[in-house]
Design a protein around this ligand. Sequence first.
Ligand SMILES: [Zn+2]
Length: 140
Amino acid sequence: MTHYTDPCHPETVRVAASHQARARQIASELAAIAATGMVLPGSITERRTRCGRDNCACHADPPRLHGPYWQWTRKIAARTVCRWLSPAQREDYQAWIDNDRRLRDLLAHLEELGAAALEADHRLKRGNKAAHRRTGQATP
Ligand SMILES: [Zn+2]
């Protein structure tokens, strides 16, 4: 296991044992998910469609739409990328998407631990926190 420390300040922040324990739990779950290699961003949504034939039931009242079809959607920068999936693919890849969500949740927990450690740091200046609230800056 590689240890990540700041070489200029080898003993900067001492974190609580409970903090370390939680971080280790998160790390092992992150590693377990990553090791599967089954991680997919975006989402899979169900689509029901109309065809071009005027006399088809999909144009009736009430309409009987075609489908369900499954579509994987992902945002890349400002563009949305879509791919049609077979029912079997939908079945397989939903777990990959669930893994991606879990990875993001775990990272968010890790970041919360870091934010809590900073807030608990006795060197944090009191005026600093008050000024932060006054300006109304949101923490990402
Ligand atoms: Zn139709």
